[in-house]
Each structure stands twice: as structure tokens, then as C-alpha cells.
Design a protein around this ligand. Sequence first.
Ligand code: PEP
Ligand code: MG
Length: 588
Amino acid sequence: MARKLKGIAAAPGIAIAPVVHFHPTLEHIPTYGVGPDAIEGEQRRFQAAAQEVAQSLLAIQRELAGAIDARESRIYDAQLAILHDQTFRRDVEAEVRQHGVNLEVALQRVVARYEAVFEAMENPAMRERAADLRDIGRQLVGALLATERGKYTANGQDYLFVADEFLPSDAGMLDRRHLRGIVTAHGGKYSHGAILARSLGIPAVVGIEPIMLDSNTGAVAIVDGDAGIVILDPTPDQVADYERARREQRAIDSRLAEVRFQPSVTRDGTEVRLQANVEGVRDLDSLETEAIAGIGLFRTEFAFMERRQFPTEDEQVAMYRRAMEGAKGKAVTFRTLDVGGDKPLGYFRMPEERNPVLGWRGIRLGLDWPDILYTQVRAILRASALGHARILLPMVTTRSEIVRCREVLDQLQADLRANAVPHDRSIELGVMVEVPALVPVLPDLMPLIDFLSVGTNDLVQYLLAVDRDNQRVAKMYDPLHPGVLRVLEQIAAAAARAEKPVSVCGEIAGDHWFTPLLVGMGYRELSMAPVFLPRVKVMLRSLTLAECVDLAQRALAMPSTAAVRKLVQDEIQARWLRQLGAGEERRS
Ligand code: PEP
Ligand code: MG
């Protein structure tokens, strides 16, 4: 029976394909019935998975021999013993046979039963066995799901990525030619998984009801990335409806795309430089550089997160050079490593933090570990000899951080000069405006910097005290809050007074409902996921500057988010729908 699940619209478009599960846990696993004639098949799956897990445990044990002491090595013996335990195997098989459930569910139930028994024991050594058992259960389910996954991903079939979250390391590992849609249980519209999906141009729904994670591998689902809906096991009528909607959407998209090489100006000729956000060099392959004014934000951390270890300076130079070649002479704004918060770096041990978003992240980490910052800035400088590169610092909070980064830059430039290494001697240094306290002091800071870039994704979360990554409060994350709009206007005014460029590179820059408001406040540079460029350009070209100023002034004077929203609906959305026709309604 078809089930309609609600989530958060994260990347536009419609996908219809079979579900494939990634990142299995024992909490959420595919669930389906097993008839008497399939029981033997489930037993064979158990044997194959147990053999695979045993081999991998033995391999780890061999690899670590000598590096760990005999006591620790016994952990692997204990896990192998569970794996070969005949009672454990019989109990799992009996669960399948007696209750007609699939092997994963049987494992989940038997592990939970055993765990409860071990945990109730007085002896701490026995209680530890509960953890071993859980680990074995997880490994077995992991092996089973990997085999199921292989049936789809190895055969060149289209599929939907379903998991708890979508990480840059996933993007690196997946066969993206056949990846049609992304569904995650975790995250909000502004979380990094959603940003990544948009940059890949793949429809995505995040924060979906967890029941999605229990769906059967191979079950067909519809992902509606505009409405934030997933339909599991759709009826033929629903599939037909969505296929029609997809065709209509494609027709509208190709009409919109016709504007892409036209000038980026308001109806009365004011230029607004539209730039692209990229998350890796591969994004540049599909980028139509003639249609943009440059790369407004290169999130370098995504490339770091896809790897198993820190890239060396030379590897980074190669990557930045490729980015600059890909941008065909247009400016590329390299943001220094912005890890921490919700962007962990697997190979860099970061302390557990209670509030990582308020913790050791962005430039704080770079200044505490100068090796990382020095290597990266040096690599960007070396690549800058090729064209127009800019350096952007993430999560800046204080004047002293900017002063120290300037010193690093000066020192590295002096060093490169002394060694006759070609580089841009007047490379621009910019600052992300993400921390609210920076806004009132911008007039004092402007002499120290060359440009500003407003990271509204973080700025909004800090202004509203709403976690951008938490689906439970996603409704409260509303950049139309008049407090947010007024802060955005202050930033534009501070940059204009100092006669320094300012861009918006957070997600609202790619939201065409915001275009008139941002232009009306004074922004002349917007950087966004390429998928949004056509819409923003069409919106821009449909309005005069005076109309934008009028809309922005009225929005800024509104007393509530609801009042701003009504203005946007009545004046911006209504006008857009009149222009583009009914096919657009689904998106709005
Ligand atoms: C932002 O915060 O708006 C931004 C562009 O940076 P990120 O989304 O990578 O945190
Ligand atoms: Mg940010």
C-alpha cells in the first residue's frame, strides 16, 4: 500500500526509483515478510554474511597484531566466538522460520533479547559482552545490506540513496550516474547534506519520518524534492501523475534556462553579479562558466572530507589550480577549511563537544592549528598565479582573528617572494559574516578586509537561536524574520559605506523569492548552487531596481515574519506565477 511520508524539501526535482539503504543501524532496518519457500534463502544469506564478518574480523586482528596487547586482541576472539555460536545461529534461524520475518529483523530481535540478558548480569565482564553482541549484530546487518546494495549499485540501475544522513564522503563513493534521489532521516534545508544534494543537482528530501529507514531495499519510491514528500510503494496512478509533473517541470526548466547567457541585470539595467557555490572540483565539469560571474564560494572542506587523510600542499595546489582552470579566468573565492560544527573531518581528531556549532570550528580551528591554515593559504597563493583567486575566512568572530590571518598571509607572501614562487601579491582577503556580533562592528573592521560574504545559513541560525540541522525546529528557521532582514540591510550598508564588495553566499541567495529583497537592500553579488541560477536570473530581469527597493523597504518595516511572508506571497510569488504559468505552482 502506498505511504506518503513528510519531510523537508531540500533539493528541487522529482525522482522515481528503487530505495537503496546506506549506513545501516540496528535501530532502523528494511522489514519484510518471508514465506516458507524463502526460508532457505535467508539461511544462506546468514551463512554468507557471517563468513564475511568473520573474515573481516580476522583480517583486522592480523593487521593489529603487535600493535595492541593480548587483552585487547581477545575482544576479536569474543566477537568471533559469538559469530560461530550455534545457539545464536539457531535462535536467529528460528526467528525467521517461526515469525516469517526477514533475516535483518530476526537479528535485530535476537540481539535485543541476548543484550537484555547480558545487561542484567552482575558481572561487568558479562555486561561487556552485550556491547560485543550489539557490534556483531551491526556488522552482520551491515554485510547483509551491502550485498543488497550491490545488486542495485553494481548493475548500473537507477536508485535512491536512503540513510540517516548524506555526507561528503558518500558523494565521493557513490556511483552518481545512477543516483536519482536522496532521502535522509536527519537534517534540515540548510544542513550540509542538503547543500551537497543541491550542488549535485539531485532531488532530495531530508528530515523524513524514520519509518522510511525501515523500508525494503528495492521498494520503489517517489521523491518530491519541491514539496518535501516521499511516496513509498506508489500506485501506478501516482507514478503516472509524477511522471507528468516531471515532464512539465523539465519543460519549464528548459524555458528558464534560455536566459542563462543573457545579462544579469534588472529590467532597468542594474547589474547583479550572479556567482556559483561549488563543493568540489567535479562541480566545475558541469558548470557553464559563461553564465556566471565567478565562483563566489568554494567550500574547500568538502574536498577534505571526501578523503582519508589531509591533502598535502602540492595536492591542494593541484586542486585549486583545477578549480581556477575550470572557472576559465573568472574569480574563484576559496574559503579556508570550515570544519567543526556539523562538518567533522574523519581523520582529524576533534574533541567531543556539547555544542559543536558554538564550538571549535572554522577559523578558530585554523588559528589553533596553524599548520593546517598555513599549508592551505600557501597552496591557494601558489595557485593564484594562474588567475583571480580570493581568500575567504569562515566563522570570524573577532578583530584579532582577522589581524592574525592577515599576518599569516603577509608572512607567507614574503616567503614566496623570497623564493621567487609566482603568486598574486595583492590577493584579496575576505571575511564571512556569520557571527551576529560582527555586524555592529563592521565599520571598524572594513579597513582590514577586502570584501565580505554573508553566510546566511549560519547567521540565521545564530540570530534566531535555531539549529539549522535540526528537523524538529526547522519551521522556526525562517530567514524572513524581520530581525534577520534588518541585520542583512545593516551589512549591505556597512559594505557600501566602506566601498567594499559584499555578496550573499548562504542558501537564500539561490532562493528567487529573496532576490528582490536582497537587491533592494543593496546587494549586487549573489552566490548560489548552480541549479538555482536560472530562476534567480529570470526574477532579476523581471524587476526594476525601484521595484526591488520598494519591496525591500516594505519588508524591512514589517512587524512580523508572517507579515513579511504575506508580502512575499502577494507581491513576489503571485507575480512570478502570472509570468510563468500554472506549472510552477508545485514549487511555490
Ligand atoms: C553559510 O553559513 O551561509 C555558509 C555559506 O557556509 P556553510 O553553509 O558552509 O556553513
Ligand atoms: Mg557557514
